[in-house]
Design a protein around this ligand. Structure first.
Ligand SMILES: [Zn+2]
Length: 344
């Protein structure tokens, strides 16, 4: 089974997939408390409220709704700060902020070299694996950006086993960049079928910042990004149709948005994320996946990567637990003891 993981930045599940909220009790409230350092401040006077769902009759995300039909959805509760950097670093590496040291979008002092991303974990599990990542946000894939979250693995890039693509067409902001990412990603997925792929879109987050989550523009951006998702799912679905390749399609977001726009703190609507899972392949395998996933309680962001690796059957190697792997220790510059037992 191959993996297509799609990252949609800043999508409120209650706007994109309101029906999901009634499908899992874990959506009701956060599963863990937050650090008071990242508590929400006062809302500005005159801030808008979210429109009633009854007023929004059209389905904003028909592809996500179709993926949920026959798939399943799990609540994911982000740990503040709910900025994109810490969110994606945690989601994509399976580590907490304290482990990867990504607290802001500047990534200053990050430890991502020690916290390999999900694609690298799959490569480590099997060095034959071919991996691919495409992103509108350079911090995820570009070594000259603030991250990157995805390891470069230059040797694998030379050998065509690992491909990284970043958007360059920002003539219409994230909207044009996302379209560029979609076109490239759909081609690679359809023709090359990498064993594991991550594709990221940013249009919704940009609309959230500019207009707020209560706006029509925010819903419209969700619809545009949903169409990108449809292209990617179509690309891998054709591979199942023609080549019998099975695919696990997963969709996740890093945070919601306030009605007036913005994120970063601990509001429930900002912390609430989701993991949408859909198996493309024989019906009995899809049933099995749904059964396995339905027993999963709500997730924290750092639990998404381990769950996906488990569903794929990718297992990492390990050291003797008594070996303090990675710890840096230096010898004291005290000169020899002259005990010949230590001299060679
Ligand atoms: Zn974000």
């Amino acid at each position: 089974m191959k993996l297509l993981l799609i990252g949609l930045d800043g999508v409120r599940v209650d706007v994109a997939l309101p029906q999901a909220l009634t499908m899992h009790r874990g959506f009701e409230e956060p599963d863990h408390p937050t650090d008071p350092r990242f508590a929400a401040g006062e809302r500005p006077a005159g801030a808008p409220t979210m429109p009633s769902p009854a007023l929004s009759t059209a389905t904003p995300a028909p592809t996500l709704a179709r993926l949920l039909d026959g798939g399943c959805v799990l609540p994911v509760w982000m740990t503040p700060p709910t900025d994109s950097g810490p969110g994606w670093a945690s989601l994509l590496t399976g580590t907490r902020h304290e482990e990867n040291n990504v607290w802001w979008n500047e990534f200053v002092g990050h430890r991502l070299a020690r916290t390999p991303d999900i694609l690298s974990r799959i490569y480590f599990a099997n060095p034959s694996a071919r991996t691919f990542a495409a992103s509108t946000w350079d911090a995820l894939v570009d070594p000259s950006g603030p991250g990157p979250v995805f390891h470069q693995r230059v040797d694998q890039q030379v050998g065509g086993q690992h491909q990284l693509m970043k958007a360059s067409d920002f003539s219409e902001g994230c909207r044009s960049a996302d379209t560029q990412v979609r076109g490239h990603a759909a081609w690679v997925l359809n023709h090359e079928g990498p064993d594991a792929a991550f594709v990221y879109f940013e249009d919704v987050d940009e609309a959230g910042h500019q207009h707020g989550a209560a706006s029509a523009e925010y819903r419209e951006a969700i619809t545009r990004v949903d169409e990108h998702v449809r292209h990617l799912v179509k690309a891998v679905s054709e591979r199942y149709e023609q080549l019998d390749e099975e695919w696990l399609v997963a969709v996740v977001t890093d945070h919601g948005h306030k009605p007036e726009g913005g994120h970063g703190e601990d509001e429930v609507d900002v912390r609430r994320s989701f993991l949408l899972l859909h198996h493309i392949g024989p019906a009995d395998v899809a049933d099995d996946l749904r059964t396995r996933a339905s027993g999963v309680p709500s997730l924290r962001s750092e639990e998404v990567t381990p769950l996906l690796l488990d569903l794929l059957g990718a297992q990492s190697g390990s050291w003797d637990p008594h070996h303090d792997v990675g710890r840096v220790r230096d010898v004291a510059t005290v000169g020899p003891t002259r005990n010949l037992e230590y001299e060679w």
